[in-house]
Design a binder for this molecule. Structure first.
Ligand SMILES: [Zn+2]
Length: 296
């Protein structure tokens, strides 16, 4: 079964119910959201009544809630020593919120070492995640998925060796995994036309069973650019057929695929049409115009 969805909103008035309704509008069967604005710390109390209503709606639409993902805000940077205790506290609170929502996966950018060096950066990430898990103790049911990064600036986690080292340091091995991102892999230097070779390497170093989610994005930039700018599916530098073969790769079946592609003209969500195109497996070079027209 193909689990495909996109990034959706989450606001304080409708919470999970609003997110679920948005995903259904896109004919998605999974989705991902931030529990608040990713660049600030304002978060509202999770309202269980809204969660229960959302769960009912998802059930009526045969959507498997265990495939739904939360993305941690990128203000968390466990590498940065000046922000370390803030980041650990905020990650702890975020884990509490995700547990309260009953969601299994939290995607986390490993962090940027801001000049401390990769080794120190990795040590700090390991320490920070272990502390957050200890803060929750046995109440935690959430798995943190470390996202593969493009290697922009001083980002940690743009190759398998760095991800492997982080995982090795985590005490609670049952609650740590990986989220792949096709744009980031391309920008980090991996040739996605040879995705099965990448999976072989992944399996040898980390173990393929650790992959919990894939972000499906095209890239505005060439391979190895270390840029991280997402593009609509088929409109960037990664061949459409390559993305399709990753989406339908049998070795990763049952793992949610999440689109984080940009809004068209910064106004219109592309997800309904992109999901439809992916299901048809046929590139539509009029897709962006179609999205504009559909939204008029
Ligand atoms: Zn991400």
């Amino acid at each position: 079964m193909l689990y495909i969805g996109s990034h959706v909103g989450f606001n304080k008035n409708t919470q999970l119910l609003g997110s679920a309704k948005e995903a259904l509008k896109y004919k998605a069967n999974t989705f991902m959201f931030y529990t608040g604005a990713p660049q600030n710390t304002a978060r509202s109390q999770i309202v269980d009544e809204l969660t229960l209503e959302a769960l009912q709606l998802l059930k009526e639409n045969n959507i498997d809630y265990s495939k739904v993902i939360v993305h941690a805000p990128y203000i968390i940077n466990l590498c940065n020593e000046e922000k370390f205790s803030f980041s650990v506290d905020f990650l702890t609170e975020e884990l509490e919120r995700v547990n309260q929502l009953g969601i299994k996966y939290l995607v986390l950018h490993p962090g940027s070492h801001v000049g401390l060096g990769i080794e120190k950066g990795i040590d700090n990430i390991v320490k920070g995640i272990n502390m957050a898990f200890q803060n929750l103790g046995k109440t935690n049911n959430v798995t943190i998925l470390l996202e593969t990064m493009a290697g922009k600036g001083t980002e940690v986690g743009s190759n398998l060796d760095e991800i492997k080292k982080i995982i090795e340091g985590i005490e609670d091995k049952d609650h740590i995994g990986v989220c792949l991102d096709t744009c980031h892999l391309n920008d980090a230097g991996y040739d996605l036309n040879k995705f099965d070779e990448y999976l072989n390497e992944f399996d040898k170093t980390i173990g393929i069973s650790k992959i919990g989610c894939i972000h499906i994005n095209d890239s505005k930039n060439e391979r190895s650019s270390h840029k991280d700018r997402h593009e609509n599916i088929g409109y960037g530098t990664i061949p459409f057929d390559t993305l399709i073969s990753i989406i339908y790769n049998e070795r990763l079946k049952d793992i949610p695929r999440i689109l984080e592609t940009p809004y068209v003209d910064k106004l219109y969500a592309p997800y309904k049409q992109e999901i439809e195109m992916i299901r048809n497996k046929k590139f539509d070079d009029n897709l962006l115009d179609k999205i504009r027209i559909d939204n008029k």
